[in-house]
Design a protein around this ligand. Structure first.
Ligand code: OGA
Ligand code: NI
Length: 337
């Protein structure tokens, strides 16, 4: 099967269907390091921490988070067991493959393999959390996967709500806004990414330019590959040991009425070693009504976006991702008069 192509590591050339058009492929240009990406230390005093987070989310939409309280050993174990999952023999993984982008649990390569023009140079495993509620969707192999990734997802969930509380406070929202008041952060999805070595990284992308269709994303990574778009220029994010890369998604940008920015990013491949990352995505519930928070709206700040149901946003997201014209945010903007 063609979609299993990437599980073969002995490819000597890039197959035609994985070559991006010249305007979107990375090419051989050297991408500068993103030296100024904010580093947020969660041990900092809240009076300093909150403005630091808000400024990072306003200016960059992305930051690295250190001293976040999740143990180093657990982070390493989760990366390790994820690598082991992708190294399992193809027959252990074949039954998990799905081409259906609406499938919440699946092993897949690109987003919409059947309909897209170019395939991404990656394999991903996606499943919902927490493990107790969705155990049937979690892989049974490797044996330690459920236990390790399960513990990690519980810690990550707590951390994400803590960061959202700080963001809510910084924006002036009522306490607990992202918890019981709304269903904006009700769902938690994990996406494990594996980017195999690529014979020619100048032609391919692990993930093309995109913003995340969620509230906030926590990425665990240990190798170069992530790049962020800033002022129409790509910058490489240097992984910090045991840190998370945290980025704002489209939904939080909308809820903040454009005060916070989602960061557009992409993933480049490398020639020699596979790269594995663990993404944790905090989402609204499917039925959640999304709109700019009322307290952020007044005569001087009219709502930039109209109200919608999250599942409708998700449904159009795939179309938007494949279209060259409109960004998913533009689709939900109020008409300019
Ligand atoms: C994503 C993503 C980045 C990475 O999964 O949405 O942007 O480096 N991942 O894997
Ligand atoms: Ni992303």
């Amino acid at each position: 099967m063609e979609k299993l192509l990437l599980t073969k590591s002995d490819l000597k050339f890039v197959p035609e269907s994985y070559i991006f058009p010249s305007e979107s492929r990375p090419g051989n240009a050297k991408v500068p390091l993103f030296e100024t990406i904010p580093v947020i230390d969660l041990k900092e005093e809240p009076t300093k921490l909150i403005p630091q987070i808000i400024n990072a989310c306003k200016d960059f939409g992305i930051f690295q988070l250190i001293n976040h309280g999740i143990g180093e050993k657990l982070l390493q174990d989760v990366l390790e067991v994820t690598k082991e999952f992708f190294e399992l023999p193809a027959e252990d993984k074949a039954s998990l493959f799905s081409d259906d982008p609406r499938q919440i649990f699946r092993l897949y390569t690109s987003i919409d393999y059947m309909n897209e023009q170019v395939h991404y140079w990656r394999i991903a495993l996606r499943h919902p959390c927490p493990v107790e509620e969705h155990i049937q969707f979690w892989p049974q192999k490797p044996a330690k996967y459920r236990e390790l990734v399960g513990s990690y997802s519980v810690e990550l969930r707590k951390l994400s709500l803590c960061i959202l509380d700080l963001i809510g406070e910084g924006l002036g929202l009522e306490p607990g806004y992202f918890r019981e008041k709304t269903e904006l952060a009700a769902a938690h999805l994990m996406n494990m990414n594996h980017y195999p070595p690529c014979p020619d990284p100048s032609l391919t992308l692990g993930l093309p330019k995109h913003g995340d269709a969620n509230m906030i994303t926590f990425l665990l990574q240990e190798m170069d590959g992530l790049q962020v778009l800033r002022d129409e220029q790509w910058f490489a994010v240097k992984p910090l040991p045991n840190a998370f890369v945290v980025n704002i998604g489209y939904i939080l940008e909308i809820v903040s009425n454009g005060k916070l920015k989602s960061a557009e990013h992409r993933v480049v491949t490398n020639q020699n070693v596979a790269r594995t990352t663990v993404g944790s995505f905090i989402y609204p519930s499917f039925g959640c009504q999304v709109e700019p928070a009322k307290v952020l709206i007044d005569d001087n700040s009219p709502p930039l976006y109209r109200e919608f149901v999250f599942k409708d946003f998700l449904a159009t997201f795939l179309i938007d991702t494949n279209s060259k014209n409109k960004s998913p945010l533009e689709r939900y903007m109020h008409e300019q008069t």
